[in-house]
Design a binder for this molecule. Structure first.
Ligand code: NOJ
Ligand code: NOJ
Length: 454
C-alpha cells in the first residue's frame, strides 16, 4: 500500500517537469505553420468541429442518420458509416444538444439523434455477416460485405452508451412514451435499439473479436471498457424503466467484465489485448493508446485518471512515442504527437509504417486535463493544464491552415495525411475542450477554498 501511494505521488508531482517547458518561439519550425495559444485555437477549433460534424451527419448522398467516417471516397475510402466512430460522435452530439444555447440548436442536434436512432435500428435488423458485430454500413444503409476484421464488438456498446445518455435526458423531460417506443423497452426479443445492443453485449462479451483498430482478434481492454460501461449504464436505465430483472443481469455481466479488465495489467502497463486468436501479430509491446481511449470514452470508477496503472501506461506511451517519430525528435519543444502504437504499419494508403494520429494526440491532451481536474493544488493543476495545452499545440502545429484535421500526421513531414476531415477527430476536439473547461473549474474551486481557509 505504501509503495502504491508513493508511486502515485511521484507520477503526479514529477511528470509535468519531466517534459521540457514549451519555449516555443526560439526553436526552428516548419515555416508554413504558426503556433497559437492552445486555448484560443481550441476555442475556434471547437466551433469549426461542430460545423464539420454537422456536415458529416447525413451528408449529401447518404441516407438520414449516416455518420460518414470521413468524406474521402478513395485512398482510403472512408465514405461509410462505422458503428464505432458513429457511436463516439453521437455521444458528443448528445452533449451538444444538452449544451445548446438556443432552442433551435437543441432541436437541430436532437433531429440528428432521431435519424441516428432510426438508422441504427435498421442496421440491427439487417442481414450482416456477423449480426450486431458488423463494424461498417454503406451510406445506403446496406451492411458492408467486403472482407474485413469482424466482428467488432465495441460498436454496439458505444452506441448504447450514447443513446442511454440521451434516454435519460428525454425521461427527465417526461418523454417516457417516446423512450419506450424508440429507445428502450423490456420486450424480448428486443424491439428497440438500446435493448438490442444491451442484449447483444450482455450475451456476447466473452467472444473473441477485432479491436477498435480493426486488426487484432482477441480480448481488448478498450472493447471491454465500452461493454462494461454500456452494461452499467444499461442497468441504471433498466431500473428507471422498471425492468429490474434485466438490470440485475446487466450488472452481473458488468461485474464479470470487471474481473477480466484487471487481467490487462502486466506489472508494467495496461496491455491492450489478451488471448489473441487471429489478425495482426506484430504488436509485440501491447502498449497502445487504445487503453487511454478506453479510459476516456468509457469512464470507469477504477480505471480512471486517478488510477496509477492508467497513469503509468500513459507515461510509457508518451516516452515511447517521443523518441519514435521524426517529427517528435525534430520539434522536441512541442509535446510529442502520438500514434496508435509504435509497431503500427498503417499509413492510410500503404502499410510501410504508421504515423502519429490526431485523435490519439488529442486523447493525451484530454487525459492531462483530467489529471488537472483531479489535482488538489493549484500549481499541480496548472502544470497539467499546460501539459494538455502542449498536446493541443502539437496538433495545431500539424493541422491544415484552415483548421481541418485528417486522420494522421505524416511522421516525416508533419503534414496531414490519410482520410481528410475525419469525423472522430472533431469529436475529440470537443471532448478535449470540455475536459479543459472542467480543469479550469477545478482550479477556480481550489483557489476559492484556499481563500476561505485563510
Ligand atoms: C483499415 C483499418 O481501418 C485500419 O485501422 C487498419 O490499420 C488497416 N485496415 C489494416 O488492417
Ligand atoms: C481506422 C481506425 O483504425 C478505426 O478505428 C476507425 O473506425 C476507422 N478507421 C474509420 O474511421
Amino acid at each position: 500500500m505504501q509503495k502504491f501511494k508513493l508511486f502515485y505521488l511521484s507520477i503526479f508531482t514529477a511528470l509535468p517537469f519531466v517534459f521540457s517547458s514549451p519555449a516555443l518561439a526560439a526553436k526552428p519550425r516548419l515555416e508554413r505553420h504558426t503556433l497559437y495559444a492552445a486555448d484560443t485555437w481550441l476555442a475556434s477549433e471547437a466551433e469549426l468541429s461542430k460545423r464539420k460534424i454537422q456536415e458529416n451527419i447525413t451528408a449529401a448522398g447518404t441516407v438520414p442518420g449516416v455518420v460518414i467516417a470521413s468524406p474521402q471516397r478513395a485512398n482510403p475510402d472512408y465514405f461509410r458509416h462505422w458503428v464505432r466512430d458513429a457511436g463516439l460522435v453521437m455521444k458528443v452530439v448528445v452533449k451538444l444538444a444538452e449544451r445548446a444555447s438556443t432552442m433551435a440548436e437543441k432541436n437541430y442536434w436532437e433531429a440528428r439523434l432521431v435519424d441516428y436512432v432510426v438508422f441504427s435500428r435498421q442496421n440491427q435488423l439487417s442481414r450482416t455477416l456477423v449480426g450486431l458485430g458488423e463494424p461498417i454500413f454503406e451510406v445506403t444503409g446496406a451492411p458492408f460485405l467486403g472482407p474485413w476484421g469482424r466482428p467488432q464488438n465495441d460498436g454496439p456498446a458505444l452506441r448504447a452508451v450514447a443513446l442511454i445518455e440521451w434516454a435519460h435526458t428525454l425521461l427527465d423531460r417526461g418523454q417516457e412514451t417516446t423512450v419506450r417506443e424508440w429507445l428502450y423497452d423490456s420486450t424480448l426479443p428486443a424491439q428497440t435499439v438500446i435493448k438490442a445492443d444491451l442484449e447483444y453485449v450482455s450475451n456476447h462479451w466473452r467472444e473473441s473479436n477485432f479491436d477498435l483498430w480493426e486488426e487484432v482478434k482477441g480480448d481488448h481492454f478498450f472493447t471491454r471498457m465500452a461493454q462494461r460501461k454500456a452494461l452499467v449504464d444499461g442497468a441504471v436505465l433498466a431500473d428507471r424503466l422498471k425492468d429490474p430483472a434485466a438490470a440485475a443481469w446487466y450488472r452481473l455481466q458488468a461485474s464479470l467484465l470487471d474481473q477480466e479488465l484487471s487481467k490487462h495489467w502486466n506489472g508494467n502497463f495496461i496491455t491492450a489485448t489478451l488471448n489473441r486468436t487471429e489478425g495482426a501479430d506484430y504488436k509485440h509491446s501491447g502498449l497502445d493508446v487504445a487503453v487511454i481511449l478506453g479510459v476516456l470514452r468509457a469512464p470507469h470508477n477504477i480505471y480512471n485518471a486517478q488510477n496509477p496503472q492508467v497513469q503509468q501506461t500513459f507515461v510509457k506511451l508518451v516516452q515511447q512515442f517521443a523518441k519514435f517519430y521524426p517529427i517528435n525528435t525534430r520539434f522536441p519543444e512541442l509535446a510529442p504527437a502520438l500514434g496508435r502504437y509504435t509497431e503500427d504499419l498503417y499509413g492510410g494508403t500503404h502499410f510501410n509504417g504508421g504515423n502519429p494520429w490526431v485523435l490519439t494526440t488529442l486523447a493525451a491532451a484530454e487525459l492531462c486535463y483530467q489529471f488537472a481536474a483531479h489535482s488538489s493544488s493549484v500549481s499541480l493543476a496548472e502544470s497539467w493544464v499546460a501539459r494538455g495545452d502542449a498536446f493541443v499545440q502539437r496538433t495545431q502545429f500539424h493541422a491544415n491552415a484552415d483548421g481541418s484535421l485528417s486522420e494522421q500526421m505524416d511522421r516525416e513531414s508533419g503534414y496531414m495525411t490519410s482520410a481528410r476531415d475525419l469525423t472522430w477527430n472533431y469529436a475529440a476536439i470537443l471532448t478535449a475542450s470540455w475536459a479543459r473547461e472542467l480543469s479550469l473549474q477545478n482550479i477556480k474551486l481550489i483557489k476559492y477554498n484556499n481563500k476561505k481557509r485563510n
